[in-house]
Design a protein around this ligand. Structure first.
Ligand code: SF4
Length: 208
């Protein structure tokens, strides 16, 4: 069985548009940025065709858009990763902390995404979601403030970073206040699509 690409919540045109310059200048050959975003999401254009986009954002968007997945479910179903803290691209104490599930599928895809966006670093903390992927953790009730608290404690992340700020997947929206209460960390709800993460983190760094 093959995991359908939709299971990975690829970037929609609306997702992509958030990271385009939105000048509607026509430099990419499209009359509007919306049109270019739609073309990118279908793989019909390349991000380098927009001359207005900055280098860092270009690299980050390319990372998320360049992956065409065909993961065989039988290879991973319900299997979990053993790591409690996964550094990607040499993170520093100021790099963002991403909380996710412990599904091997989820971590396989996230590693692939960050491999394609080597300009973006992060700390990834897998929580014990019994091997369920992020699109199922809310309906199955397996990601809770307590599982996040346990993951934070066992990961040793507190001694590795300067700020107690975590980013949870957009699909886990609704848990943020309870996680903040229990962990005493600030919680930011990130994007629904993991493919959006490099661009999301790049934009966040540029705004700070
Ligand atoms: S070149 Fe870039 S900014 Fe101009 S319309 Fe195309 S996507 Fe928008």
């Amino acid at each position: 069985m093959v995991v359908e690409p939709v299971d990975f919540y690829g970037m929609s045109p609306e997702d992509i548009l958030k990271y385009l310059p939105r000048k509607n200048c026509g430099g990419c050959g499209k009359s509007r940025c919306e049109e270019f975003a739609g073309s990118l999401s279908k793989g019909e254009s390349e991000i380098k065709e927009c001359p207005e986009i900055g280098l860092e954002m270009k690299r980050s968007l390319e990372g998320g858009l360049s992956i065409r997945l065909e993961v065989h479910e039988a290879d991973f179903t319900m299997s979990t990763v053993s790591e409690q803290l996964i550094p990607v691209n040499d993170p520093t104490p100021d790099s963002p902390v991403l909380v996710t599930g412990n599904s091997n599928v989820t971590l396989y895809v996230l590693r692939l995404i960050f491999e394609r966006a080597p300009n973006v670093s992060a700390w990834i903390i897998p929580t014990d979601t019994k091997g369920f992927t992020i699109d199922h953790v809310m309906s199955m009730g397996v990601m809770t403030p307590m599982t996040v608290m346990n993951a934070i404690s066992t990961s040793g992340i507190v001694s590795r970073v300067n700020s107690k700020i975590m980013i949870i997947p957009g699909l886990c929206e609704g848990l943020e206040r309870k996680i903040e209460t229990i962990t005493k960390w600030k919680v930011i709800v990130g994007p629904k699509s993991g493919f959006e993460l490099p661009a999301y983190l790049t934009q966040m760094a540029e705004e700070n």
